[in-house]
Design a protein around this ligand. Structure first.
Ligand SMILES: C[S@@+](CC[C@H](N)C(=O)[O-])C[C@H]1O[C@@H](n2cnc3c(N)ncnc32)[C@H](O)[C@@H]1O
Length: 433
């Protein structure tokens, strides 16, 4: 197989367009399977752009299970030999990453930067609470501080004491295991509720699922949970595998049913996922969950010609009946309060003089207030009934209008209408019917 040094030299030759040198390097590479050698030689001879050649080399090596670092170098070279890096250069997180030569160790997949920026930009410069699970030596925390600004509260969590030592005096880092829901709830109680939770911890299936299940319901409305390195869902060493039942990706895709829960009777509409998950965004190795208090979705028709008649009528009826209902409700509230006050006075009078009959004057007033209340209640009921009847009448009108429109449309499309069109035009001009 290709070693890292030969790969680096090979990629350098490719970057300079020196196919001859690249071929000589491949020819001299020891321990290289002959079939693979000829595939790789074919690729460097291909005459493609350096970017495409580097990418094709990466694909070929990936296919035969070459070392991850070797494949990574090919794809990294392909990226920088192409033109996409220029877009990335405008990303503030990437700029920070590149400039961070002597700061804390920061190990990132550069394609995460646009994802972060897309979902987190709106929190910048605001007093938000950010939790990063998985601190390592604090490089990420320092980047988030710079990105979110001085008003943000940035908290880290890690299982390793070295993370807390490395960041002591600069950041709050709580020690604990992210697969322990009690630890996660403590984080929320001490430092939350969070607006942003970034899971860059141990990346096992259990850790990612428990963290999402425990922390998503506790995130602020409008906040996000961003789970990194979800490619571990495909790696058996982390409990993943293609289509694996217990993988984080499988678990996350099930949340799509929650997003659509109201559209199938067998789906649970009561869970936090069905009510507070605004959307999910799946990327290569990253999943973002938006926390959003949702209303039940509904459809509505706007436009068309109904505005000519039906909408105006129904709008007026709706406004009138709403005003009437409101008036009756207000009156009812006043009468209800009056009758409660009277009832209390009556009770007090009875307690003050045990055995004595309740005050007859008060009792009479109470009876009157009760009668008034029940009268208003029945008025409220009949107002509501009348509103429903008027709405039904509007429905009938609307249906009639729609049927007329449909007839007109059919008529306009019909052959005879088109055939007689010149005749009608002449009649219009001559004024004859
Ligand atoms: C990839 S590093 C984090 C890098 C950091 N986010 C950065 O950007 O610099 C992963 C970290 O997760 C921590 N970790 C691993 N398992 C964990 C667990 N069960 N609970 C909390 N942290 C864990 C490791 O100790 C390690 O520091």
């Amino acid at each position: 197989m290709l070693d890292r040094t030969t790969t680096a030299r090979l990629l350098y030759a490719v970057s300079r367009g020196d196919a001859g040198h690249a071929e000589r390097l491949l020819g001299a590479a020891p321990d290289l399977d002959e079939d693979l050698r000829s595939v790789l030689v074919g690729l460097v001879r291909d005459g493609s752009t350096p970017e495409r050649t580097a990418r094709a080399l990466g694909d070929a090596l990936n296919d035969v299970g070459a070392e991850k670092d070797v494949v990574n170098e090919c794809y990294r070279a392909a990226f920088y030999l192409g033109d996409r890096w220029a877009e990335l250069s405008e990303n503030p997180l990437y700029a920070y990453f590149l400039a961070n030569r002597a700061g804390g160790v920061l190990h990132k997949w550069p394609h995460y930067f646009p994802i972060y920026h897309r979902h987190l930009e709106r929190f910048r410069g605001r007093p938000v609470r950010v939790l990063e699970i998985g601190v390592y030596r604090g490089g990420g925390l320092a980047m988030w501080r710079q990105y979110f600004g001085p008003e943000a509260v940035i908290v880290g969590a890690d299982i390793d004491e070295a993370a807390a030592r490395a960041t002591a005096g600069r950041f709050v880092v709580e020690l604990g295991d992210q697969s322990d829901p009690a630890f996660l709830r403590r984080l929320h109680e001490r430092h939350g509720p969070f607006d942003v939770v970034i899971d860059d911890g141990g990346h096992t299936m259990e850790q990612q699922i428990v963290t999402a299940q425990t922390l998503f319901p506790l995130i602020n409305d409008g906040g996000v949970l961003l789970v990194e390195d979800t490619h571990t869902s495909y790696w058996p060493a982390f409990g993943g595998g293609l289509g694996a039942e217990g993988s984080f990706t499988t678990w996350a895709t099930r949340r799509v049913d929650d997003l659509n829960a109201q559209h199938h009777r067998d789906l649970d509409r009561t869970s936090v996922w069905a009510n507070e998950l605004g959307g999910m965004h799946f990327y290569d190795s990253v999943v973002v969950f938006d926390r959003e208090r949702r209303f039940r979705s509904f459809d509505e028709v706007a436009g068309g010609s109904s505005y000519i008649l039906a909408d105006q009528v129904s709008e007026r009826i709706a406004v009138e009946s709403a005003a009437e209902r409101e008036r009756v409700r207000e009156e009812l509230a006043v009468v209800r309060e009056r009758s409660e006050r009277l009832e209390a006075q009556l009770r007090d009078a009875g307690t003050a003089t045990p055995g004595a009959a309740a005050d007859p004057v008060l009792e009479e007033r109470l009876l009157a207030a009760r009668a008034e209340r029940s009268d208003l209640l029945s008025r409220l009921e009949s107002t509501e009934r009348a509103a429903a009847e008027r709405a039904a009448a509007v429905d009938v009108l609307t249906d009639r209008l729609a049927a007329t429109e449909e007839k007109l449309r059919l008529l306009e499309r019909s052959v005879s209408w088109r055939v007689t069109s010149p005749l009608r035009a002449v009649r219009r001009r001559t004024g004859r019917r």
